[in-house]
Design a protein around this ligand. Structure first.
Ligand code: PLP
Length: 433
């Protein structure tokens, strides 16, 4: 890295508060432009973007149809609070076609944490008296506002604050907290979630990521969600799927819940909705979102809730996803990626686990395959070396996540994996044993 980027970083450091993501801090890049799956930095270096922005750019950067929709809307109208605008009805109809039939009522927001908070308000306002607790899963991530933080039981960018939430085991087979092995475990983790959350009379809802993203793409084994969902339904515990990361097609279905066998009552979506423009949707059963207790005047309003620019970007994004059958494409590319990553896992002992579904994969770096000791230093070395080679990924602790745009072609996908392989080779040489 050289020249203009370095000058720019030194200049802004005089004023920038610390606390940026590991990605930004370690990467030290100044990105100037994005086209499709390729980013260009201020010094003209290019990167294949396997992180798709912040796992946002399902259609890649600068998709012409999203740019056209935003440009058109930018010339017309930006904000009228949450009043109706001409595209909103059409956007809702499009959502209704893409989502399972029972999720037919929507409220619009602008960030992931904001939509999770809105879901919590719905739960809180409609809960029976005495149901004053909310269930959450270990390793879940739901955002950094206070309500969302209450559901996060690990220090991810801030200290955990469990508040009024009850913790259940996530299906983290690679590091099973019960030291069992699937399938002989008979999904004991799900049984315990059932016992500690679903069957507790003081629990109103379970907020969950159907595939746990930030903690390293933890994909549940078959049967986990069926068991937990059924128990929640039987006991009147509302199922709130946080699909902020997975919603919009990334896992190979519009909702990851559909793939893992969870049938949520409320769903929060954001990243995949508007191709990187700040936008979020709370979708739910009408009896919940229209419940008088949940929906007094102003309940779903906020300054940017449903702003016309967000609606324009979201409508254009989801129309392209539907028209170009991109969710089918996610499945095809996901298989291809998965096969190539399995070969890397077989080659490198430091690659303890590789997990994924659709175009969302997590690589877990360890000191060695037998101890499974997390190795953040190796993940960081892989991340920075990959950047130097021209590949951008997403790093956090000892995990690297890969989430390429749905529109990437096979050749670029293969090239990205080749760069990743080279980065792992070099990182293993660099990091002392
Ligand atoms: C599953 C999940 N929920 C909520 C959030 C919070 O979203 P935001 O950063 O837009 O507040 C994230 C962000 O990564 C997420 O992955």
């Amino acid at each position: 890295m050289a020249g203009h980027q370095q000058q720019q970083l030194v200049r802004e450091a005089r004023h920038l508060a610390p606390g940026a993501s590991e990605e930004a801090a370690l990467g030290g890049r100044v990105f100037a432009e994005g086209r499709g799956a390729v980013l260009t930095d201020l010094d003209g270096n290019q990167y294949v973007d396997f992180a798709a922005g912040t796992l946002t750019q399902s259609l890649g950067h600068g998709h012409p149809e999203v740019v056209a929709a935003l440009t058109r809307q930018a010339g017309l109208l930006w904000n009228v609070h949450d009043s109706s605008t001409p595209e909103r009805a059409e956007f809702f109809e499009l959502l209704a076609r893409l989502l399972p039939e029972h999720l037919n009522t929507y409220a619009l927001f602008s960030t992931g944490a904001e939509v999770v908070e809105a879901a919590l308000r719905v739960v809180q306002s409609t809960a029976e008296p005495g149901r004053n607790r909310v269930g959450a899963l270990r390793h879940g991530f739901h955002g950094k506002t206070m309500g969302a933080r209450m559901l996060v039981h690990w220090d991810v960018g801030h200290q955990a604050f469990s508040g009024n939430s009850i913790l259940g085991y996530s299906p983290y087979c690679y590091r099973c907290p019960l030291e069992l092995t699937y399938p002989s475990c008979d999904l004991r983790c799900a049984t315990l979630v059932t016992r500690h959350i679903a069957q507790k009379p003081n629990v109103s809802a379970l907020v969950f990521e159907p595939v746990l993203g930030a903690a390293g793409v933890i994909v549940p084994p078959a049967g986990y969600w069926e068991r937990v969902s059924e128990a929640c339904r039987e006991n009147g515990v509302v199922l709130v799927a946080d699909e902020v990361l997975t919603g919009g097609g990334r896992t190979g279905a519009f909702l990851a819940s559909e793939l893992v066998g969870a049938e949520p009552d409320l769903v929060a979506m954001s990243k995949g909705m508007a191709n990187g423009f700040p936008f979020a949707v709370l979708a739910g059963r009408d009896e919940l979102l229209r419940a008088p207790a949940a929906s007094p005047a102003g309940a779903y309003a906020s300054t940017y809730a449903g702003n016309p620019l967000g609606i324009a970007a979201a409508r254009a994004t989801l129309e392209v996803v539907a028209r170009d059958h991109l969710i089918d494409r996610v499945r095809v590319l996901g298989e291809r990626l998965s096969e190539q990553l399995a070969a890397l896992r077989a080659r490198f002992d430091v690659l303890g686990d590789v997990r994924g579904i659709g175009l969302l994969h997590g690589l877990e770096f360890v000191r060695d395959g037998s101890s499974r000791t997390p190795a953040p230093e190796i993940a960081r070395a892989v991340y920075t070396t990959a950047l130097d080679l021209g590949l951008r990924t997403s790093v956090g602790g000892h995990i690297i996540r890969l989430a390429p745009p749905f529109t990437m072609d096979e050749a670029l996908l293969d090239e990205g994996v080749r760069l990743l392989e080279r980065a792992i080779e070099l990182a293993v040489e660099q990091v002392p044993e």
